[in-house]
Design a protein around this ligand. Structure first.
Ligand code: ADP
Ligand code: MG
Length: 275
């Protein structure tokens, strides 16, 4: 049996927030209650409905889809930063019930998230940015942490920038530092939100082999949310699309490129125009 890094069955997710203020028109209510005439309304917005996904150990998978469909929200759920409304999630074969689904519980399964904007801390040098989560989680002595940091910086080819602050780096380097920070934590499942967005072709071309080398070296499973569907071609991995609150079946780049399903036609149109 192939071991799975992640299995998600019938996942649902809604944002539930006090989002808007509604003016109460009923004068009699106001007179009776003496309140200000403004109440908060609980808006529930369903983002994901019936999502299924399986990722094998050492597998890379790309998630595509139009903006605003919930791709980032989905990654945040997988990372434990948002709680699903319902569904069943297995991390490395272990069922984590929704009551226990939180950032610490999921991080302890060695699941790492690289945010779209990198989320580097501006007043910390590169090496301290990368060391930060290791120190926070008490992962080793200072000497051991330094070794892990240096290894991650070497892997992402940013060792020479170790003593610089984030604003001194190009966007490409900032992305690599953000990936190094996740990498230093020795993730078994790495989630990346738009890793190539904002990169020029040169930086993009350099980044993909670095990501793939790490996967091969450590048999890490990787989920990449991206508009850049050519990543899937270059990494030889499957693509799933998020549309209408659910995920499609996984298929190769070549399959989707030939497919006449509307989502594929829509998202591959730009690529085909370039060819
Ligand atoms: N904190 C939030 N509260 C309410 N709605 C949100 C919140 N964050 C995102 N959304 C909404 O959820 C939907 C999905 O957002 P997102 O996951 O960022 O999409 P994508 O990454 O696919 O572009 C969007 O309609 C967005 O406006
Ligand atoms: Mg997003």
């Amino acid at each position: 049996m192939i071991e799975m890094a992640l299995v998600i069955k019938d996942l649902h997710f809604s944002y539930s927030e006090m989002m808007s203020r509604r003016r109460v028109r009923s004068q009699s209510f106001l007179n009776w209650s003496g309140l200000s005439g403004v109440v908060l309304e609980d808006n529930r917005k369903e983002i994901l409905s019936g999502v299924n996904l399986s990722v094998k150990l050492g597998e890379t998978i790309c998630i595509g889809g139009a903006s605003g469909q919930g791709k980032s929200a989905f990654l945040r759920i997988i990372a434990g930063l948002a709680k699903p409304t319902s569904g069943t999630l297995y991390y490395f074969g272990e069922h984590i019930p929704i009551e226990r689904h939180d950032a610490l519980e999921i991080a302890s399964r060695q699941v790492g998230l690289v945010f779209q904007n990198g989320a580097l801390i501006s007043n910390l040098r590169v090496r301290d940015n990368v060391a930060l989560p290791l120190r926070y989680h008490g992962m080793g002595t200072e000497a051991e942490i330094e070794d892990k940091v240096n290894m991650a910086l070497d892997l992402m080819r940013v060792r020479h920038e170790a003593d610089l602050f984030p604003h001194m780096l190009s966007t490409g380097m900032q992305k690599r530092v953000a990936i190094a920070r996740s990498w230093a934590m020795d993730p078994k499942l790495l989630l990346m939100d738009e890793p190539t967005s904002g990169l020029d072709n040169y930086n993009r071309r350099n980044l993909l082999p670095l990501i793939d080398n790490m996967r091969k070296l450590f048999n890490t499973s990787i989920i990449i949310v991206t508009h850049d569907l050519l990543i899937a071609k270059e990494l030889g991995c499957n693509i799933v699309f998020l549309q209408n609150k659910t995920l499609t079946e996984p298929h190769s780049f070549d399959y989707w490129q030939k497919s006449n399903e509307p989502i594929a036609e829509e998202l591959f149109r730009d690529l085909q125009a370039k060819e």
